[in-house]
Design a protein around this ligand. Structure first.
Ligand SMILES: Nc1ncnc2c1ncn2[C@@H]1O[C@H](COP(=O)(O)OP(=O)(O)OP(=O)(O)O)[C@@H](O)[C@H]1O
Length: 303
């Protein structure tokens, strides 16, 4: 669906995307995970044929965005980072206007709008104005609108940023449904749980480069331990990192806590207690993509 080789985007002197290689296969949910400024949106905008590449090769649906942008766009759905719905129109009209734009007849538009309202779980709001809708509803409507042309490939730039957990889960559920219908998804996100839930495969981006690639489970196995012991100490107390280092394969000291990467977290915690250390709280959890990112970059995703 997408083949990029040494794909590069420069803004003047600044290189936002630094020669990345990416391949997205039909039917998969593929993710770009990285913090703000990593180059995810710049990459997405090149794939969406709205921003030309500066260098490298790019094929989307086997076509060249420089020469065949309109043909590609006709088969794509694009969900931008910011909702750009028409607040003057109702929910249904937002879908209908887009349908007309894609050249559907009035009858086709009516039918498609009905299907999409159902998909977005907004049938009961069809004739409501857009402005007072919740953030989650607006997001679902934006996604529904991007599906008007029945795209093979759907690009979602930070689909759930700013949504509460319930709205995020509802939205993920809709995306799973699309995937089950065979739509290829490409998602950018700085939420590691979103990447872990949604993506079959992903690349971790930082500073315009790809720093790792694989399925969430592969990345965790490759770059982290099975379990992590998180210890918090009272404010102002120096974290006794040197007294804990031998309990784990690796430790990370963050401003408010220390992370001990150990195969068996409970056993490590027993040792902590046996050494007379009394953390304010302790938590044994499995490793996540956040741990992978920390390992690869020395920073947390939300820095
Ligand atoms: N039009 C532009 N002109 C100049 N610099 C830009 C432009 N667009 C993006 N950049 C810069 O390129 C870098 C990558 O931006 P990009 O939006 O691709 O990152 P991102 O990973 O999507 O982060 P975010 O989540 O903030 O969108 C940033 O440093 C940004 O300031």
């Amino acid at each position: 669906m997408v083949q990029a080789k040494a794909l590069t985007k420069r803004f003047g002197e600044f290189e936002a995307v630094r020669g990345i290689d990416v391949e997205v296969r039909r039917g998969e949910a593929f993710g770009f995970l990285g913090p703000n400024g990593a180059g995810k949106s710049s990459t997405m905008r090149m794939i969406a044929c709205v921003s030309p590449r500066t260098d490298g090769d790019l094929k989307v649906l086997g076509l060249d965005p420089d020469k065949q942008g309109p043909r590609i766009r006709a088969r794509l759905g694009v969900v931008p980072q910011q909702d750009n719905l028409d607040n003057e129109l109702t929910v249904r009209q937002n879908l209908q206007v887009y349908g007309r734009y894609f050249g559907l007849s009035r009858a086709q538009v009516r039918r498609r709008a009905g299907e999409l309202l159902e998909f977005a779980q907004l049938s009961d709001r069809a004739d409501a104005e857009v402005e007072p809708l919740s953030g989650g509803m607006k997001r679902r409507l934006t996604i529904a609108r991007s599906l008007v042309n029945d795209p093979e490939l759907l690009l979602l730039d930070e689909p759930t940023t700013g949504l509460d957990p319930q709205a995020r889960h509802l939205l993920w559920d809709r995306l799973f449904r699309l995937k089950a219908q065979g739509v290829t998804l490409i998602v950018t996100t700085h939420y590691m749980d979103e990447a872990e839930q949604l993506c079959d495969r992903l690349v971790v981006m930082d500073g315009g480069r790809i720093v790792a690639e694989g399925s969430p489970a592969e990345l965790i196995t490759r770059y982290s331990t099975r379990e992590v012991l998180e210890l918090r100490f009272p404010p102002g107390q120096v974290i006794p990192a040197e007294r804990l280092a031998d309990l784990a394969e690796r430790t990370e000291v963050l401003p408010d806590r220390i992370l001990l990467y150990a195969g068996a977290g409970e056993a490590a915690l027993e040792q902590v207690h046996a050494r007379g250390l009394r953390p304010l709280s302790s938590l044994v959890r499995r490793s996540t993509l956040e741990d992978v990112f920390l390992r690869l970059t020395g920073r947390t995703l939300v820095d």
